[in-house]
Design a protein. Structure first.
Length: 392
Protein backbone atom coordinates (compact mmCIF):
# COMPACT_ATOMS: atom_id res chain seq x y z
CA UNK A 1 0.00 0.00 0.00
CA UNK A 2 2.83 2.38 0.92
CA UNK A 3 4.62 1.56 -2.35
CA UNK A 4 1.47 2.37 -4.32
CA UNK A 5 1.18 5.63 -2.44
CA UNK A 6 4.77 6.56 -3.31
CA UNK A 7 4.22 5.72 -6.97
CA UNK A 8 1.37 8.19 -7.16
CA UNK A 9 2.90 10.76 -4.87
CA UNK A 10 6.02 11.45 -6.89
CA UNK A 11 4.25 12.65 -10.08
CA UNK A 12 1.93 14.81 -7.98
CA UNK A 13 4.98 16.22 -6.22
CA UNK A 14 6.47 17.11 -9.59
CA UNK A 15 3.28 18.87 -10.65
CA UNK A 16 3.13 20.83 -7.40
CA UNK A 17 6.81 21.78 -7.70
CA UNK A 18 6.33 22.96 -11.29
CA UNK A 19 3.26 25.04 -10.50
CA UNK A 20 4.91 26.49 -7.40
CA UNK A 21 7.89 27.64 -9.46
CA UNK A 22 5.64 29.11 -12.15
CA UNK A 23 3.56 30.97 -9.54
CA UNK A 24 6.65 32.39 -7.82
CA UNK A 25 8.21 33.61 -11.07
CA UNK A 26 4.91 35.19 -12.16
CA UNK A 27 4.59 36.89 -8.77
CA UNK A 28 8.08 38.42 -9.02
CA UNK A 29 7.48 39.60 -12.58
CA UNK A 30 4.11 41.13 -11.64
CA UNK A 31 5.76 43.11 -8.85
CA UNK A 32 8.25 44.50 -11.35
CA UNK A 33 5.71 45.25 -14.10
CA UNK A 34 3.24 46.81 -11.67
CA UNK A 35 5.58 49.76 -11.23
CA UNK A 36 5.21 50.56 -14.95
CA UNK A 37 1.44 49.89 -15.03
CA UNK A 38 1.87 47.11 -17.59
CA UNK A 39 -0.71 44.32 -18.07
CA UNK A 40 0.01 41.17 -16.11
CA UNK A 41 -0.29 39.11 -19.30
CA UNK A 42 3.21 40.31 -20.13
CA UNK A 43 4.44 38.74 -16.88
CA UNK A 44 2.84 35.44 -17.85
CA UNK A 45 4.54 35.36 -21.27
CA UNK A 46 7.89 36.40 -19.78
CA UNK A 47 7.56 33.65 -17.16
CA UNK A 48 7.18 31.09 -19.95
CA UNK A 49 10.24 32.49 -21.72
CA UNK A 50 12.35 32.50 -18.54
CA UNK A 51 11.34 28.98 -17.49
CA UNK A 52 11.38 27.53 -21.01
CA UNK A 53 14.08 25.50 -22.74
CA UNK A 54 15.82 28.61 -24.09
CA UNK A 55 16.69 30.10 -20.67
CA UNK A 56 16.30 28.15 -17.42
CA UNK A 57 15.26 24.92 -19.15
CA UNK A 58 12.88 23.91 -16.36
CA UNK A 59 9.96 23.26 -18.70
CA UNK A 60 9.25 22.19 -22.24
CA UNK A 61 6.14 23.12 -24.28
CA UNK A 62 4.54 19.72 -23.55
CA UNK A 63 4.72 19.83 -19.75
CA UNK A 64 2.05 20.64 -17.18
CA UNK A 65 1.83 24.45 -17.60
CA UNK A 66 1.32 24.11 -21.35
CA UNK A 67 -1.25 21.32 -20.97
CA UNK A 68 -3.20 23.24 -18.32
CA UNK A 69 -2.86 26.33 -20.51
CA UNK A 70 -5.13 24.68 -23.07
CA UNK A 71 -7.89 24.94 -20.48
CA UNK A 72 -6.89 28.57 -20.00
CA UNK A 73 -7.94 29.66 -23.47
CA UNK A 74 -11.22 27.74 -23.08
CA UNK A 75 -11.94 29.54 -19.79
CA UNK A 76 -10.78 32.85 -21.29
CA UNK A 77 -13.38 32.60 -24.05
CA UNK A 78 -16.01 31.39 -21.55
CA UNK A 79 -15.51 34.46 -19.35
CA UNK A 80 -15.49 36.73 -22.39
CA UNK A 81 -18.95 35.40 -23.13
CA UNK A 82 -20.05 35.88 -19.50
CA UNK A 83 -18.79 39.45 -19.22
CA UNK A 84 -19.44 40.80 -22.70
CA UNK A 85 -22.15 43.41 -23.21
CA UNK A 86 -23.76 43.17 -26.63
CA UNK A 87 -25.23 46.50 -27.80
CA UNK A 88 -29.01 46.37 -28.23
CA UNK A 89 -29.13 49.33 -30.62
CA UNK A 90 -28.38 49.04 -34.32
CA UNK A 91 -26.53 52.37 -34.24
CA UNK A 92 -24.02 50.98 -31.72
CA UNK A 93 -23.42 47.92 -33.90
CA UNK A 94 -23.10 49.80 -37.20
CA UNK A 95 -19.77 51.51 -36.52
CA UNK A 96 -17.90 48.39 -35.29
CA UNK A 97 -19.22 46.36 -38.25
CA UNK A 98 -18.15 48.97 -40.80
CA UNK A 99 -14.83 49.53 -39.06
CA UNK A 100 -14.02 45.84 -38.88
CA UNK A 101 -14.99 45.34 -42.53
CA UNK A 102 -12.64 48.16 -43.58
CA UNK A 103 -9.90 46.73 -41.35
CA UNK A 104 -10.28 43.23 -42.82
CA UNK A 105 -10.26 44.57 -46.37
CA UNK A 106 -7.05 46.53 -45.80
CA UNK A 107 -5.46 43.58 -43.97
CA UNK A 108 -6.30 41.34 -46.93
CA UNK A 109 -4.77 43.85 -49.36
CA UNK A 110 -1.58 44.16 -47.28
CA UNK A 111 -1.29 40.37 -46.90
CA UNK A 112 -1.68 39.83 -50.66
CA UNK A 113 0.92 42.49 -51.47
CA UNK A 114 3.40 41.03 -48.96
CA UNK A 115 2.63 37.53 -50.24
CA UNK A 116 3.22 38.58 -53.84
CA UNK A 117 6.54 40.15 -52.87
CA UNK A 118 7.67 37.02 -50.98
CA UNK A 119 6.08 34.59 -53.48
CA UNK A 120 3.85 33.07 -50.80
CA UNK A 121 1.02 30.64 -51.42
CA UNK A 122 -2.53 31.84 -50.97
CA UNK A 123 -2.77 29.83 -47.73
CA UNK A 124 0.13 31.79 -46.25
CA UNK A 125 -1.43 35.05 -47.35
CA UNK A 126 -4.70 34.00 -45.74
CA UNK A 127 -2.95 33.28 -42.47
CA UNK A 128 -1.26 36.71 -42.53
CA UNK A 129 -4.68 38.28 -43.11
CA UNK A 130 -6.02 36.52 -40.02
CA UNK A 131 -3.01 37.60 -37.96
CA UNK A 132 -3.57 41.23 -38.99
CA UNK A 133 -7.31 41.03 -38.41
CA UNK A 134 -7.65 39.52 -34.93
CA UNK A 135 -6.36 41.34 -31.87
CA UNK A 136 -6.06 40.40 -28.20
CA UNK A 137 -9.26 41.06 -26.26
CA UNK A 138 -7.50 40.03 -23.05
CA UNK A 139 -4.58 42.46 -23.45
CA UNK A 140 -6.64 45.41 -24.69
CA UNK A 141 -9.45 45.09 -22.13
CA UNK A 142 -7.02 44.77 -19.22
CA UNK A 143 -4.97 47.72 -20.45
CA UNK A 144 -8.05 49.97 -20.78
CA UNK A 145 -9.34 48.79 -17.42
CA UNK A 146 -6.09 49.92 -15.82
CA UNK A 147 -6.04 53.27 -17.63
CA UNK A 148 -9.74 53.93 -16.95
CA UNK A 149 -10.68 54.15 -20.65
CA UNK A 150 -13.26 51.38 -20.75
CA UNK A 151 -16.18 53.78 -20.33
CA UNK A 152 -14.99 56.38 -22.85
CA UNK A 153 -16.63 56.49 -26.31
CA UNK A 154 -13.37 55.38 -27.92
CA UNK A 155 -12.95 52.56 -25.42
CA UNK A 156 -16.50 51.31 -26.00
CA UNK A 157 -16.00 51.36 -29.77
CA UNK A 158 -12.75 49.40 -29.44
CA UNK A 159 -14.41 46.81 -27.18
CA UNK A 160 -17.36 46.42 -29.55
CA UNK A 161 -14.87 45.90 -32.40
CA UNK A 162 -13.12 43.20 -30.37
CA UNK A 163 -16.50 41.60 -29.68
CA UNK A 164 -17.18 41.46 -33.41
CA UNK A 165 -13.78 39.83 -33.93
CA UNK A 166 -14.63 37.17 -31.35
CA UNK A 167 -17.85 36.42 -33.23
CA UNK A 168 -16.00 36.18 -36.56
CA UNK A 169 -13.71 33.51 -35.13
CA UNK A 170 -16.27 30.75 -35.72
CA UNK A 171 -16.60 31.04 -39.53
CA UNK A 172 -12.88 31.78 -39.97
CA UNK A 173 -11.83 28.69 -38.03
CA UNK A 174 -14.43 26.62 -39.85
CA UNK A 175 -12.83 27.71 -43.13
CA UNK A 176 -9.37 26.86 -41.81
CA UNK A 177 -10.56 23.38 -40.87
CA UNK A 178 -12.00 22.90 -44.35
CA UNK A 179 -8.89 24.15 -46.18
CA UNK A 180 -6.55 22.01 -44.10
CA UNK A 181 -8.26 18.69 -44.78
CA UNK A 182 -6.78 16.49 -47.54
CA UNK A 183 -10.25 15.36 -48.60
CA UNK A 184 -13.56 17.14 -48.36
CA UNK A 185 -15.58 15.93 -45.37
CA UNK A 186 -19.04 17.34 -45.89
CA UNK A 187 -20.33 16.19 -42.53
CA UNK A 188 -17.72 18.26 -40.70
CA UNK A 189 -18.27 21.24 -42.98
CA UNK A 190 -22.04 21.16 -42.43
CA UNK A 191 -21.53 20.81 -38.67
CA UNK A 192 -19.13 23.78 -38.66
CA UNK A 193 -21.58 25.94 -40.59
CA UNK A 194 -24.40 24.88 -38.27
CA UNK A 195 -22.40 25.90 -35.18
CA UNK A 196 -21.53 29.26 -36.75
CA UNK A 197 -25.21 29.89 -37.63
CA UNK A 198 -26.29 28.86 -34.12
CA UNK A 199 -23.80 31.33 -32.64
CA UNK A 200 -25.20 34.08 -34.89
CA UNK A 201 -28.78 33.40 -33.75
CA UNK A 202 -27.64 33.28 -30.13
CA UNK A 203 -26.12 36.74 -30.49
CA UNK A 204 -29.27 37.95 -32.22
CA UNK A 205 -31.43 36.62 -29.38
CA UNK A 206 -29.20 38.32 -26.79
CA UNK A 207 -29.33 41.59 -28.71
CA UNK A 208 -33.14 41.43 -28.87
CA UNK A 209 -33.32 40.41 -25.18
CA UNK A 210 -35.16 37.28 -26.29
CA UNK A 211 -32.82 34.57 -25.02
CA UNK A 212 -34.35 31.28 -23.90
CA UNK A 213 -34.13 30.51 -20.19
CA UNK A 214 -35.54 27.50 -18.39
CA UNK A 215 -37.94 28.62 -15.67
CA UNK A 216 -36.86 25.77 -13.40
CA UNK A 217 -33.42 27.37 -13.01
CA UNK A 218 -34.97 29.87 -10.60
CA UNK A 219 -35.05 27.05 -8.09
CA UNK A 220 -31.25 26.84 -8.35
CA UNK A 221 -30.53 30.48 -7.56
CA UNK A 222 -29.64 29.70 -3.94
CA UNK A 223 -27.72 26.51 -4.74
CA UNK A 224 -24.39 27.92 -5.83
CA UNK A 225 -22.58 24.59 -5.81
CA UNK A 226 -25.04 23.18 -8.32
CA UNK A 227 -24.79 26.29 -10.48
CA UNK A 228 -20.99 26.13 -10.56
CA UNK A 229 -20.98 22.55 -11.80
CA UNK A 230 -23.75 23.34 -14.26
CA UNK A 231 -21.66 26.21 -15.65
CA UNK A 232 -18.52 24.06 -15.86
CA UNK A 233 -20.49 21.28 -17.58
CA UNK A 234 -21.89 23.74 -20.14
CA UNK A 235 -18.46 25.28 -20.73
CA UNK A 236 -16.56 22.02 -21.22
CA UNK A 237 -19.46 20.24 -22.92
CA UNK A 238 -19.94 22.98 -25.52
CA UNK A 239 -16.17 23.06 -26.06
CA UNK A 240 -16.18 19.33 -26.72
CA UNK A 241 -19.13 19.56 -29.11
CA UNK A 242 -17.47 22.44 -30.92
CA UNK A 243 -14.28 20.44 -31.41
CA UNK A 244 -16.32 17.49 -32.69
CA UNK A 245 -17.97 19.82 -35.20
CA UNK A 246 -14.55 20.72 -36.59
CA UNK A 247 -14.33 24.14 -34.93
CA UNK A 248 -11.96 25.29 -32.23
CA UNK A 249 -12.96 24.19 -28.70
CA UNK A 250 -12.86 27.78 -27.31
CA UNK A 251 -15.68 28.77 -29.67
CA UNK A 252 -17.98 26.38 -27.80
CA UNK A 253 -17.01 27.79 -24.41
CA UNK A 254 -17.57 31.32 -25.76
CA UNK A 255 -21.11 30.39 -26.80
CA UNK A 256 -21.76 28.77 -23.38
CA UNK A 257 -20.57 31.94 -21.65
CA UNK A 258 -22.80 34.12 -23.83
CA UNK A 259 -25.83 32.03 -22.96
CA UNK A 260 -25.24 31.66 -19.22
CA UNK A 261 -24.13 35.27 -18.83
CA UNK A 262 -27.53 36.49 -20.01
CA UNK A 263 -29.55 33.86 -18.11
CA UNK A 264 -31.28 34.89 -14.88
CA UNK A 265 -29.63 33.57 -11.75
CA UNK A 266 -26.11 33.22 -13.20
CA UNK A 267 -24.96 36.83 -13.00
CA UNK A 268 -22.75 36.14 -10.00
CA UNK A 269 -20.68 33.46 -11.77
CA UNK A 270 -18.16 35.85 -13.28
CA UNK A 271 -17.09 37.15 -9.87
CA UNK A 272 -17.03 33.81 -8.08
CA UNK A 273 -15.07 31.93 -10.76
CA UNK A 274 -12.68 34.80 -11.54
CA UNK A 275 -9.74 33.30 -9.53
CA UNK A 276 -9.95 30.13 -11.64
CA UNK A 277 -9.96 32.25 -14.79
CA UNK A 278 -6.88 34.19 -13.66
CA UNK A 279 -4.99 31.00 -12.83
CA UNK A 280 -5.71 29.02 -15.99
CA UNK A 281 -5.44 32.02 -18.31
CA UNK A 282 -2.04 32.82 -16.82
CA UNK A 283 -0.94 29.26 -17.61
CA UNK A 284 -2.14 29.68 -21.19
CA UNK A 285 0.07 32.72 -21.69
CA UNK A 286 2.91 30.93 -19.91
CA UNK A 287 2.52 28.24 -22.58
CA UNK A 288 2.81 31.02 -25.22
CA UNK A 289 6.17 31.94 -23.72
CA UNK A 290 7.19 28.29 -23.61
CA UNK A 291 6.34 27.88 -27.30
CA UNK A 292 8.78 30.60 -28.34
CA UNK A 293 11.83 28.92 -29.82
CA UNK A 294 14.58 31.23 -28.58
CA UNK A 295 17.23 29.49 -30.69
CA UNK A 296 15.11 30.23 -33.76
CA UNK A 297 14.52 33.80 -32.55
CA UNK A 298 18.26 34.31 -31.94
CA UNK A 299 19.10 32.96 -35.40
CA UNK A 300 16.56 35.25 -37.06
CA UNK A 301 16.70 38.09 -34.55
CA UNK A 302 16.80 41.07 -36.89
CA UNK A 303 14.15 39.77 -39.28
CA UNK A 304 11.77 38.84 -36.43
CA UNK A 305 12.19 42.21 -34.72
CA UNK A 306 11.72 43.99 -38.05
CA UNK A 307 8.56 42.00 -38.81
CA UNK A 308 7.26 42.59 -35.26
CA UNK A 309 7.77 46.34 -35.64
CA UNK A 310 6.17 46.27 -39.07
CA UNK A 311 3.12 44.37 -37.73
CA UNK A 312 2.67 46.88 -34.88
CA UNK A 313 2.89 49.83 -37.27
CA UNK A 314 0.78 48.30 -40.05
CA UNK A 315 -1.91 47.13 -37.63
CA UNK A 316 -2.00 50.55 -35.97
CA UNK A 317 -2.20 52.30 -39.35
CA UNK A 318 -4.93 50.02 -40.69
CA UNK A 319 -7.05 50.37 -37.55
CA UNK A 320 -6.47 54.13 -37.32
CA UNK A 321 -7.66 54.63 -40.91
CA UNK A 322 -10.70 52.45 -40.25
CA UNK A 323 -11.65 54.49 -37.16
CA UNK A 324 -10.98 57.77 -38.95
CA UNK A 325 -13.42 56.73 -41.68
CA UNK A 326 -16.00 56.30 -38.92
CA UNK A 327 -15.70 60.01 -38.08
CA UNK A 328 -13.30 59.90 -35.15
CA UNK A 329 -10.66 62.58 -34.65
CA UNK A 330 -7.16 61.70 -35.80
CA UNK A 331 -5.75 61.66 -32.24
CA UNK A 332 -8.45 59.25 -31.05
CA UNK A 333 -8.08 57.19 -34.22
CA UNK A 334 -4.32 56.80 -33.73
CA UNK A 335 -4.77 55.82 -30.10
CA UNK A 336 -7.50 53.28 -30.94
CA UNK A 337 -5.27 51.98 -33.73
CA UNK A 338 -2.40 51.53 -31.28
CA UNK A 339 -4.69 49.56 -28.95
CA UNK A 340 -5.35 47.15 -31.82
CA UNK A 341 -1.73 46.90 -32.92
CA UNK A 342 -0.99 43.39 -31.65
CA UNK A 343 -1.75 39.94 -32.95
CA UNK A 344 -3.92 38.24 -30.37
CA UNK A 345 -4.41 34.86 -28.77
CA UNK A 346 -6.88 33.91 -31.50
CA UNK A 347 -4.10 34.46 -34.02
CA UNK A 348 -2.03 31.92 -32.10
CA UNK A 349 -4.89 29.44 -32.33
CA UNK A 350 -5.06 30.08 -36.08
CA UNK A 351 -1.31 29.44 -36.37
CA UNK A 352 -1.59 26.16 -34.47
CA UNK A 353 -4.56 25.07 -36.57
CA UNK A 354 -2.75 25.94 -39.80
CA UNK A 355 0.39 24.06 -38.72
CA UNK A 356 -1.52 20.96 -37.59
CA UNK A 357 -3.47 20.82 -40.84
CA UNK A 358 -0.34 21.19 -42.97
CA UNK A 359 -1.31 24.59 -44.39
CA UNK A 360 2.02 26.10 -43.33
CA UNK A 361 5.46 24.62 -42.69
CA UNK A 362 7.31 24.52 -39.38
CA UNK A 363 9.52 27.51 -40.19
CA UNK A 364 6.59 29.82 -40.90
CA UNK A 365 4.80 28.54 -37.79
CA UNK A 366 7.80 29.38 -35.58
CA UNK A 367 8.01 32.81 -37.21
CA UNK A 368 4.30 33.48 -36.67
CA UNK A 369 4.43 32.38 -33.01
CA UNK A 370 7.54 34.50 -32.36
CA UNK A 371 6.03 37.61 -33.95
CA UNK A 372 2.70 37.08 -32.19
CA UNK A 373 4.37 36.63 -28.80
CA UNK A 374 6.51 39.74 -29.29
CA UNK A 375 3.58 41.89 -30.43
CA UNK A 376 1.72 40.85 -27.27
CA UNK A 377 4.78 41.84 -25.23
CA UNK A 378 5.44 45.16 -26.95
CA UNK A 379 1.92 46.36 -27.80
CA UNK A 380 1.21 48.04 -24.46
CA UNK A 381 4.59 49.78 -24.52
CA UNK A 382 3.86 50.95 -28.07
CA UNK A 383 0.36 52.13 -27.04
CA UNK A 384 1.63 54.03 -23.99
CA UNK A 385 4.41 55.69 -25.98
CA UNK A 386 2.09 56.73 -28.83
CA UNK A 387 -0.49 58.05 -26.39
CA UNK A 388 2.16 60.15 -24.62
CA UNK A 389 3.17 61.60 -28.00
CA UNK A 390 -0.45 62.37 -28.93
CA UNK A 391 -1.07 64.14 -25.62
CA UNK A 392 1.82 66.51 -26.32
Amino acid sequence: MSALFLIHFEPMGNVLAHLSIVSLVILLLIIVLRRWSQPYLIAYILAGIVLGPGVAGLFTPGQEPAILGEFGIILLMFFLGLEIEIPDQATLLFRPVVGQFVKMSMALAVAWLVGAWLAWSWQNRLLLTVLLTFNSTAVVSEYMRRTGDLETPTGKLVLNTLLLQDVLVAPVFAFFQWVGRPATQWGTIVASIAVAVALFYLLRAIRNRNIWSWSGWRLLEEDHDLQVFLAVSCCLGCSWLSSLAGLSAPIGSFAAGLWLGKTKGFGWLGGVLKPFKVFFVSLYFVSVGLSLDLHYVAGHCFSILAITGAVLIINSLISAIAFRLLGMKWNDSWWAGALLSQTGELGLLACSMAANSGMIDTGLYKLAVAVTGLTLLFSTVWTSALRAILRR
